[in-house]
Design a protein around this ligand. Structure first.
Ligand SMILES: Nc1ncnc2c1ncn2[C@@H]1O[C@H](COP(=O)(O)OP(=O)(O)OP(=O)(O)O)[C@@H](O)[C@H]1O
Ligand SMILES: [Mg+2]
Length: 301
């Protein structure tokens, strides 16, 4: 069973202004997230990522299609689905007048965490998100990045099977970002399935097992990140030599200070280069396409 199955979902927003054309935010979107994976949902501003997350969260309704979380239909059995999900929305709704601990206590109650377990879980969540020293401060007094962290703590408190994070690291400082990455990996290792969006493609490269690229409400690419990178790679091995004026292997071409060799099979080709040039070889590398290059290629309008 898939952790998340989105099947042929479309969503059009009716515009409030009279005469305005309705906006189709999602157009026949299908995607699956497998149990135990970290899945990146990537796309430019306005692509439809947050709309999709609101649909999965049961906050808004699809015009067409079906969404299931571990086999539970989010539209027909919204309450049951909600217990399986932990959602960190892009924009937070904060219980501003309460303290950080009170907010978390409230949500642990709402999701049925047994009373005896609430405080230990809250302490752990506070520690994981470096908020322990803010436990008794009011949410309204937190900085933007801290509010973001509180939202994550809130989504984790009932140990959801599927954690969905909409730009969890936007506006979060560098050290904390790494801490969130660690947390995401740890949760995955403990069996949580994770779907997240980010505009930091390096972050997606670091964390994701699989990605889905969405643009103008349509899925444009989906799959294993390594395989997608392979597909977009330039298939050349670049190398530098100490002495450039030597007999070359067939098909070697000079490229600036380097030479390029068309790659057929990475390991065998590397060996051929190493044995041909031997001690004259200064450096050698094969380059996988970065997610950023792939993203720009695919979202070019
Ligand atoms: N409540 C709404 N009413 C009308 N239009 C909306 C609403 N929410 C989103 N939209 C429109 O739907 C489209 C998709 O928006 P969405 O927020 O899903 O994009 P996104 O991929 O999350 O973008 P970003 O990266 O900027 O967060 C946009 O054109 C947006 O203007
Ligand atoms: Mg968004």
């Amino acid at each position: 069973m898939d952790a998340l199955s989105v099947s042929h979902v479309s969503k059009t927003y009716r515009q409030k202004k009279k005469g305005a054309v309705p906006l189709q935010a999602l157009d026949d979107v299908s995607l699956t997230v497998k149990p135990g994976e970290i899945h990146g949902l990537l796309g430019p501003n306005g692509a439809g990522k947050s709309t999709l997350i609101s649909l999965i969260a049961g906050i808004i309704r699809a015009d067409q299609g079906k969404i299931e979380v571990f086999g539970v239909d989010v539209e027909k059995e919204t309450e049951k689905a909600k217990v399986l999900e932990g959602i960190v929305p892009q924009e937070g709704v904060y219980e501003m007048a309460f303290t950080v601990r009170e907010v978390l206590y409230y949500f642990s109650g709402m999701y049925g965490v047994p009373i005896a377990e609430r405080n230990p879980r809250i302490d752990k969540a506070l520690e994981d998100l470096a908020l322990s020293d803010k436990a008794d401060e009011r949410a309204r007094g937190l900085s933007g990045g801290m509010k973001r962290r509180l939202m994550i703590a809130k989504a984790l408190i009932h140990k959801p099977k599927l954690l969905i994070l909409d730009e969890p690291t936007a506006g979060v400082d560098v050290a904390l970002r790494q801490k969130i990455w660690e947390l995401v990996r740890r949760l995955r290792d403990e069996g949580t399935t994770i779907l997240f969006t980010t505009h930091y493609l390096e972050e997606a490269e670091q964390l994701c097992d699989r990605i889905t690229l969405i643009n103008h409400g349509r899925i444009i690419k989906e799959g294993n990140l390594k395989e997608i990178q392979k597909e977009f790679s330039k298939n050349v091995i670049s190398f530098e030599l100490f002495d450039r004026n030597v007999p070359h292997l067939p098909n070697v071409t000079p490229e600036g200070s380097e030479f390029h060799y068309p790659m057929k099979e990475l390991e065998a080709d590397m060996q051929a280069i190493a044995s041909h040039y031997n001690g004259n070889l200064k450096s050698v590398r094969s380059e996988a396409a970065s997610l950023e290059q792939i993203f720009l290629t695919l979202t070019k309008d």
